[in-house]
Design a protein around this ligand. Sequence first.
Ligand code: SAM
Length: 484
Amino acid sequence: MIKKTIKDISNPDTYKGIYSFHKYWGKKPTESIAFFIQNYTKESDIVLDPFLGSGFISRECLSRKRRFIGIDINPFAVEHTKFLLELPKASVFQSALHKIEEKIKQKINATYSIDNGKIASHYLWNSDEILKVWIKPEVGRSRIEIEPISFDIEKVKRFSEYSVRNIRKLTFFTNSRINVNNQMSIYDLFTRRALHNIDLILDEIKLFPDIVQKALLLTLTSSSGQMSSMVFAITNRGKTKNQISNKVEVGSWVIGYWRPKLHFEINVWNCFESRAKKLYKALLDISDHQYKIHESISMLLESKQGASILNNDCIDTMQNIPEKTIKLICTDPPHSDRIPYLELSEMWNSILNKNAFFEKEIIISNAKERNKKKSEYVEKMKLFMGESSRILTDDGILLIYFNARDRQSWQFLEILDTIPNLQFIGTFPMEYSANSVVQDNRKGGMKTDYVLVLKKRGYNIDFQYELDKISGWSASVPQIASAI
Ligand SMILES: C[S@@+](CC[C@H](N)C(=O)[O-])C[C@H]1O[C@@H](n2cnc3c(N)ncnc32)[C@H](O)[C@@H]1O
């Protein structure tokens, strides 16, 4: 169901339910995507998103009986999309959670017990020193804060030699933009006690069959930021510099690998359980849990339904799609140097034990070792445009969600001069769903995307829904492209 009218699809709602369960970098609102799928494709038409990301579009397509191909270089994006298409039933997920709880909750909590046997929920750290221990009271909501004693310090020391078992080695490049360097490891991001407990959870998750296993694994990746030492302590600074006022609140892991001096270590079981409960609630509201996933594009082409979700470079994969097969390409490529997806997803991919193919990412990265420059980015984007025009049906539509503050990153559109069968129709600005999209908040960061609408030349789209009614619709390329 499309809740919005054509007039206001550019002003989306925030994500709810299953769409708000997991963070992804640059999640896009679904209203405009759903609008185009609903009105410009019909049952069993094929929709393609070659820069898939979190993959919400897959559910929007399959719930409307369209076929779907999704491609992403990021293994996490592919795992998340497959999860969206093969959700466990709420009761099955809940019973798996109970089994894990029975086996390891006590073991994990024992690593956080204080001298009176109570279980700590949070530790406030200042660099390598524990400043406070928080306990949840038996009644009431306000926490009890206590000073750490040697018992607490000795407890954490017991893990000082712990070597992680279930998480593969991380690949980091030196990138000050996201506060990371190529010497860093998982031990820089988590306390060893947290890693010990994550390992215990992973041991259990591995025992479940595929669909439940995936849901549990994503519950873990979804809660991993909150389990890490990257959780800021938000303080009202005291009058004296560096003096910490009494009011310390828990922040969250945001964007990048910032390891603040003043940070929290949060009980790993509590983080996992609260995420799992969120997923359970979302699953309760879902009626269609399972869609068909084909292993290859050729299998999808032979079928009248389902999806094919591929972890690959989209240019390579698009080259294998026969010409004139795709009715709608609806996609949101990386926007210039805004978000280094693979570098940021490395923590999740290491937990999933998936390796990322950094070489083929279409991105401009601040990491010098990666040598990802603007010129190469523009060339790759041009290849994407060329392949799009080849595989679109004669009545096909191409929608590109895009923004960048510099003119050069828009240069891929110049290829339109040499692709005679692709025509730019117009564009409209679309606001982010600010509550859930992690966007670039730096000064001058853009608050809207542009949705660029293109079609095959010579074919007259039936404008029954009159695109020019969309708020901010313009028939020319966004001003920003020529203004900078
Ligand atoms: C802006 S994000 C997409 C976000 C998505 N629209 C959403 O709502 O979550 C761009 C995506 O392009 C992917 N990507 C980058 N280079 C790629 C390549 N060569 N092939 C396929 N995907 C690529 C990134 O991993 C990232 O997930």
